[in-house]
Design a protein around this ligand. Structure first.
Ligand SMILES: Cc1cc2nc3c(=O)[nH]c(=O)nc-3n(C[C@H](O)[C@H](O)[C@H](O)COP(=O)(O)O)c2cc1C
Length: 323
């Protein structure tokens, strides 16, 4: 009995120390502390808001004048960014302005006036960056999306799809999950499970808990919930391993779904503990929720959000052999 109490106290002490250290690091380095700490943070905050606009522009039932509050905040952010003398030729900054210009063009073509403050703000930003690219959200053909090519082809043609229509075969879902089993995992412990959820009460409950599926989630034919068990991990050093293994499986699953001609859109499981508990209860599992994937069939032609990528030079961090 005493031994058990000692163990529990020791676990609690280590949990407090280790998770406390994680929390301090997160608070110090995430956007919780504000976006104006660095150009990097600023750009990510801009991208977060610009993504809402690019997504809105490609929604199956786009609403005129959608998201005005977000757009005004995005414009203010872009102005602040430029005033702070950050790099106004950065891909993510230009992409944000480009998306705002597209919002303006789309409304023009619909004959719908936009909020005067938005109009004014966009004009000011164009003056700041006259060479901003004038591209639209891309139109994708499902025949190209699902064509079997080499890995480069598949990777370059994968997109998050938010337009669902028609039906997929249940056996194709299981084939895709079967293919996704090729994902590696730490020490081959394979912690992942995939919950297949058809339309119904559970489907609705999950979509209500999830933040990020408005305007398209309920059009999906199924939700796949990728969960990972923590039961196979040993010490506190492996506290994030289920998320890493789960994330790797998730990416493999997205490609496997594409291979089997199933359209998909990942939905975040960025829940606070209370919501996470509700998800666990709904799924009747103690596993952690890695991601939800909305899946279904899609039309022959539809728009996807561009989601421009940063250049590879910003991803590679070269270390000298002498270092
Ligand atoms: C972990 C994760 C969570 C995501 N959550 C959402 C979400 O809640 N809603 C949504 O519409 N898209 C979501 N997405 C899709 C991203 O917006 C999308 O992957 C990104 O913009 C890149 O576009 P692409 O997938 O078309 O290449 C998520 C993607 C990932 C990887």
């Amino acid at each position: 009995m005493i031994q058990k109490i000692k163990h529990t106290l020791s676990h609690l002490y280590h949990a407090f120390r280790i998770y406390g250290s994680d929390a301090r690091h997160y608070i110090a380095h995430s956007l919780i502390r504000g976006y104006d700490k660095s150009e990097y943070s600023f750009l990510r905050m801009i991208t977060l808001r610009a993504h809402v606009v690019e997504k809105g522009l490609t929604m199956p039932h786009m609403r005129a004048n959608f998201g005005e509050e977000n757009i005004l905040a995005l414009i203010a952010l872009c102005k602040q960014y430029a005033q702070a003398k950050h790099n106004t030729t950065h891909t993510l900054f230009l992409e944000a302005i480009s998306v705002l210009c597209e919002y303006q063009r789309v409304h023009e073509s619909m004959g719908k006036p936009i909020h005067p403050q938005i109009q004014e703000g966009i004009e000011e930003l164009i003056k700041l960056c006259p060479d901003v690219p004038q591209h639209n959200q891309p139109e994708v053909q499902s025949s190209e999306l699902f064509k079997h090519g080499d890995f480069a082809y598949i990777a370059q043609h994968r997109h998050s799809v938010r337009h669902f229509e028609g039906h997929i075969r249940y056996e194709d879902i299981t084939k895709a999950i079967d293919l996704a089993r090729t994902a590696p995992s730490a020490c081959n412990r394979q912690p992942v499970r995939v919950h297949i959820i058809p339309h119904g009460a559970l489907f609705d409950r999950l979509l209500n808990l999830q933040h990020g599926n408005r305007g398209f989630g309920s059009d999906a034919e199924y939700l796949l919930v990728v969960t990972a068990s923590e039961e196979g991990y040993t010490g506190f050093n492996e506290r994030n391993a289920s998320y890493v293994d789960g994330g790797i499986f998730l990416m493999n699953l997205l490609y496997a779904l594409q291979y089997h001609a199933i359209a998909s859109c990942t939905l975040n499981c960025s829940f606070l503990p209370d919501e996470e508990k509700q998800v666990r209860e709904a799924l009747q599992t103690e596993d952690i929720a890695v991601a939800i994937v909305a899946i279904g069939s899609c039309p022959e032609s539809f728009q996807v959000a561009r989601s421009e990528r940063i250049p590879v030079s910003e991803i590679i961090v070269h270390h000298d052999t002498q270092a």
